[in-house]
Design a protein around this ligand. Structure first.
Ligand code: GH3
Ligand code: MG
Ligand code: MG
Ligand code: MG
Length: 302
């Protein structure tokens, strides 16, 4: 395994015969965190809870066969990208074709050769971890190192699903640096870029609950997503952001709001009963941001 891949990928082995699991586990226990399931139901549960990097899946099982398990894994958003390899005694080529049609990445017939199985599984794990890394890199903003718009959209979607399921409020802050065009004009684009980096890091540091998400929305705009947060909570975070940026005390002599860099913030709370779309929620926050600008900048409107 190359150094940038995480040390111990998670491997889930599913087979209704504990003896079969033990044989496979021996092959991988030195390279992987190995988890085991002896039924289809248990496999689905563990797949959701553990987010394994790869699943080795038996086909013939008493409660729910491997084909059905695979179908359900591929149908659920949390598990649809988890690679599945069938490991089975069903050795007809038609069975193999079904396995691939169901979305498996490989098909291993029993009895198997340990060296070959090990090589195939390790190859698939390497691919999975590399694609995870690419996915993560695609969600980072190149200039500031914080989450980008693509990452934000994904988190926003997930946060909304959580809010709806758990009947929780969801708050959104749209943040815009005041008079940033004038900042660039006065201090130059390079210093403008440095200002964006400093502001981004300060926003990220000020937003500290594990499920909160700060991102660069584009240009000199940032967005903060606050799950399980009502109006009072959103205002508290917004005040914390104003304070954090004031603390940076970045000189801005061309600003009409203050002689340092400041933020305007628009906040919007989506209540559990709301049926508003993501676009509507963004639009509310944008409207409040517009108000904050009109009312003199360096403030939050909600
Ligand atoms: P307001 O207070 O109304 O927000 O005024 P503003 O000047 O901040 O707003 P405006 O939208 O007119 O200008 C945004 C500026 O942000 C213009 C653009 O040059 C600058 N900007 C956007 N992205 C970058 C970037 O990546 N680097 C730098 N240095 N500047 C950027
Ligand atoms: Mg079996
Ligand atoms: Mg702007
Ligand atoms: Mg601006």
């Amino acid at each position: 395994m190359q150094h940038f891949l995480k040390a111990h990928p998670k491997l889930l082995i599913v087979d209704d015969q504990p003896l079969n699991i033990r044989v496979l586990r021996e092959l991988f226990r030195s390279d992987c965190e190995v988890y085991m399931a002896t039924s289809g139901e248990q496999a689905l549960q563990l797949s959701r809870d553990l987010a394994p990097d790869l699943i080795l899946l038996d086909v013939i099982m008493a409660d729910m066969d491997g084909h059905e398990v695979c179908r359900r894994l591929k149908a659920a958003p949390e598990t649809k990208d988890t690679p599945v390899i069938f490991v089975t005694g069903k050795d007809h080529v038609d069975d193999e074709a079904i396995g691939f049609e169901l979305g498996a990445v490989d098909y291993i017939r029993k009895p198997f050769n340990s060296v070959v199985v090990r090589a195939r599984v390790m190859n698939h794990l390497k691919l999975k971890l590399q694609s995870d890394l690419l996915r993560e890199m695609a969600m980072v903003d190149g200039l500031t190192g914080i989450t980008n718009r693509r990452g934000f959209d994904e988190r926003f979607e997930a946060a909304r699903a959580h809010a709806r399921r758990e009947q929780r409020p969801l708050s959104l802050l749209m943040i815009d640096i005041d008079y940033f065009k004038k900042y660039n004009d006065l201090y130059g684009h390079q210093q403008g870029d440095q200002c964006l980096r400093d502001v981004a890091q300060a926003i990220k540091a000020a937003v500290c609950r594990p499920h909160d998400q700060a991102c660069r929305f584009g240009g000199e705009e940032f967005a903060v997503l606050l799950p399980d947060t009502d109006e009072a909570g959103a205002l508290k975070v917004a005040q914390k952001l104003h304070a954090a940026i004031a603390q940076l005390s970045i000189e801005h002599h061309a600003s009409d709001a203050a002689k340092i860099v400041t933020l305007s913030i628009g906040a919007a709370v989506r209540l559990p009963s709301s049926t508003a779309s993501l676009e509507q929620h963004l639009k509310w926050a944008d409207e409040q941001l517009y108000r904050a600008k009109n009312e003199g900048r360096n403030r939050t409107c909600i």
